[in-house]
Design a protein around this ligand. Sequence first.
Ligand code: F6R
Length: 607
Amino acid sequence: MCGIVGYVGNKNAQDFLISGLKRLEYRGYDSAGIVTLDKDGNATLLRAKGKIINLEEKLAKNKREDKIGIGHTRWATHGEPSETNAHPHQAGDIYLVHNGIIENYKELKATLTEHEFKSETDTEVLAALVESFYQGGAHPLINAVVQALKLVKGTYGIAVVSTKAPDEIVVARAGSPLVIGVGHDETLIASDASALVGHTKQAIYLNDGEVALIHKDSIEIKTLNAEPVSAKVEMIETNLAAIQKGGYEHFLLKEIMEQPESLKETLRGRVNLETGTVRLGGPGLSEEKLRKIKHLVIVGCGTAYHAGLLAGYYIEQFTPEITIETVIASEYRYRSAYIPKDSVALIVSQSGETADTLACLREIKKQGVPTIGIVNAIGSTIAREVDGGTYVHVGPEISVASTKAFTSQMIAMVMFGLTIAQAKGVKPGVLYPYIKEIANLPEMIRKTLEQVHDDVKRVAEAHKKYEHAIYLGRDTAYPAAMEGALKLKEISYVDANAYAFGELKHGPLALIDDRFLEFALVPKGPLFDKAISNVQEVLARGGHVIVVTNTDFDLPVEDVIRIPGEIEHFAPMLMNLVSQLFAYYMTVAKGYNVDQPRNLAKSVTVE
Ligand code: F6R
């Protein structure tokens, strides 16, 4: 979603702002803008609708040597995507960029009669509110910002500059991330550490309710109540290679292909084949607490939700007396759900910033239930607010569609399930087959991707005319089918839905005709024959079926994509690699934007 960058130092601010905004492009946006100040406070404001390239065209005609500035990529919430609604917004001497939503902006706007509003945004209201306290520089900028924020209801990450103080930036956060990069004689700001990579390795993550006064050589942080905060400087672990395409045409393909390595990172030091055990340090639950767990609530959105669903199927296979409920965060946060005693909640999020997931975390904590994060982004809000957690360590996921995170989230949750089962005294003979497969998965993912790649590309190109698709699976292949359908719909805009095979006769079978293709995940196992007869039923009604399997069968389907047969339990996870590649090649064949699908954002920080 929206992105913020800022710079104060000795270098060209426009250069950093544009390169920083480009790093944040992956989050999704519809307009962009920057403002820089020269040493006398003269401002150069540049804004453009659409891609950053449009902003660069304006920049080419307005090059400046300014050493301070702020920038923004906007994802419209209040008011259409347009140059006027793009940030930074100006009010008098103030320029302000903002991520989040000011909920009481209408009430505030009604009081700001002196300001002539030009945009439809809540952000301009905030700029005008700061200006009303700033009064042309009569008060320090930070004081004006604090006074304004005390009146605000909602979420924000903001950066503010003033033409009257052209050597300082004020930033603040409540519910929307802000990172301060500490450099040599320069200070940088971003809403996402990836914009800072290559500039500095040292970062301060602002907490909710904090405000910072930033100069090129100093950072002072305090709370809105004026209590000083001693900042913790943390290392940015990401390197440049991790946020570049590395020779691939798209980030999505790179991220699909790097899953053998990213899963290895998730497993590192956590799986011991010699002892046949799994060890996760992060959750921080004692053996006794693990033994007592009777109920797991797994919370996430979209792909993270699917990872939780699939993990739940596995955990209940090998853990006695456990009830698992996997829930969609945007629904759960408003339900009156009762969480029984001896429960633990798993909070699943790649970005660690998803607004609905974060809201659930806070609700669940209020009930006194221990919360465990399954998070990728280090230092993110969810990672910091959970009671314990397991980072999945897949590195930055840049493409909007989540791929490598799904695989690692799912396995990280299964590993957590295994630690519960171990504590409950489940026989090693029951757990070992799962642990052995997990240890082999990175290699099996590599083998699968290599084996299926050309076939999937061919099959996707052959089916590019389809606008409707049904994904089908039973048991563990069902959540995998749900994830496959989500991938296809979000990037290739095919109307794709998933059904459990057994549900076909209860409605969806009526859909089968020449407009639809069916993508069936059929692993060998106890339900194989049942799934094959379901495929037969679809074929009998003229279906166009593509089967993904790890075994042989004899049916006149349109295409078969075979994955390696060595993996039994986690075969649906390998099948999901096929779905990922299929969605990728379908999107390329249809000619759509693979990494930044329309209307979507990478990290959904508003409700
Ligand atoms: C789909 C996708 C989304 C995210 C969802 C949750 O490819 O990327 O469905 O999975 O928005 O995001 P996180 O995991 O960051 O909470």
